[in-house]
Design a protein around this ligand. Structure first.
Ligand code: PMP
Length: 372
């Protein structure tokens, strides 16, 4: 570090000066391809839980038509999008807030509810953004680890919430990277602690609405549910998510949130996606079929155990070979999957359900690697 760097770094908040919390994002295909020296179209990208079919035809057409004036700021009240979502969900628009991905809403909920030094409970292994956003904002993270089967340890979670005086608990349902759902009984137990519960349903479209707690959220004063267009609608690159909140929280979110998210292009694509539900949900069904085919094929390989998933990915544990080695061997073949560094999933790979030919490719490669 140069003297100048050190001087500049001294401007960082004292709690961030020694080490900055980091979220490990995934890399785009052109970067992965350049590293391997192969064309980007040869990459089999199953590391980001993205939609292998891309945006819907209506979203593409809507963006091509440039129906909005991109020189103007979008509606800060998100009227059209909130109304369309309200109609779809059978809820009032005043309970819905959209953001630049659910990531933005996770960040905003922490900003709004958690003062520096206050606690957020997370249940690892789970989505890293809850921890990351809490630490960046000077909050304290208390972990209530999941059980060996990756179900919630509900008793330990309730104790963690109570003993830490947690302001907020985040539960992903289906959970990333394990694929399992939060049960209604578990939700009741969490709500009964009196803390604020955020259920992140980023993958719920792959489960079916019967797994969702959106209905409960429309009435409970300490529950919010987050959703996204990134997965089912294939809009991850446009960054558009939304949530159902108690009315007073939605109102406060609209006040503290940067005024112009989601941007105009994201809003146009999201609205068009809501008008393209039959086609997009047809793709969701195809992805679910591939998920199940992938899980079955993985389970038949030597030294591989899979966990039942309700999302668009499968978590597989490798018992005979280090998962990192398996990931590297797949990478050499142009196939990218997600490996986690930390126990209890450091011996696991998370593989996104792709198109049928991508499932074929990953199964063929794993068969070669594990039998070889
Ligand atoms: N929640 C979970 C559980 C996720 O896995 C992801 C994406 N990896 C997100 C939220 C973020 O979604 P978005 O693209 O809407 O920010």
């Amino acid at each position: 570090m140069t003297e100048n760097d050190a001087a500049a770094r001294s401007w960082l908040r004292p709690d961030l000066r020694e080490s900055l919390p980091a979220y490990e994002p995934i890399e785009p295909p052109e970067v992965l391809a350049a590293r391997l020296g192969i064309p980007p179209e040869r990459i089999v990208k199953l590391d980001g839980n993205e939609n292998p079919y891309g945006m819907g035809d209506r979203a593409i057409a809507a963006l091509r038509a440039v129906p909005a004036d991109f020189a103007l700021y979008p509606d800060p009240e998100q009227r059209a999008l909130r109304a369309a979502l309200a109609l779809r969900m059978g809820l009032g628009a005043e309970q819905i807030v959209a953001g630049a991905g659910s990531d933005e809403l996770i960040d905003l909920m922490i900003r709004l509810l958690v003062a520096p030094g206050e606690t957020v409970v997370v249940c690892p292994p789970t989505f890293g953004m809850y921890r990351f956003s809490t630490l960046v904002q000077g909050g304290r993270v208390v972990e209530a680890p999941r059980k060996p089967d990756f179900g919630l340890d509900i008793d330990a979670t309730v104790v963690a919430i109570r003993s830490s005086g947690a302001r907020l608990v985040f539960i992903a349902s289906p959970n990333n990277p394990t694929g399992n759902l939060l049960s209604p009984e578990e939700l009741d137990a969490l709500l009964a602690t009196g803390t604020f519960v955020v259920v992140d349903e980023a993958y719920m479209e792959f489960t079916g609405e019967e797994g969702s707690v959106c209905r409960v959220a429309s009435g409970a004063p300490n529950l919010a549910v987050l959703r996204t267009f990134s997965k089912w609608a294939g809009l991850a690159g446009l960054r558009v998510g939304y949530g159902v909140f108690p009315h007073a929280i939605a109102e406060a979110l609209m006040v503290v949130k940067p005024p112009y998210t989601p941007n105009t292009a994201a809003t146009v694509a999201a609205l068009a996606s809501l008008e393209d539900l039959p086609a997009l949900m047809g793709r969701v069904e195809a992805i679910v079929r591939e998920r199940d085919r992938l899980a079955k094929a993985l389970g038949a390989l030597p030294g591989v155990r899979t966990f039942p998933s309700r999302a668009n990915f499968v978590l597989a544990r490798f018992t005979d070979r280090p998962a990192r080695e398996v990931r590297d061997a797949l990478r050499q073949r142009g196939i990218f999957v997600r490996h986690f560094d930390q126990p209890p999933v450091d011996d696991c790979l998370r593989i996104t359900a792709g198109r049928p030919e991508q499932t074929d490719a990953v199964i063929a490669a794993l068969t070669e690697v594990l039998h070889g």
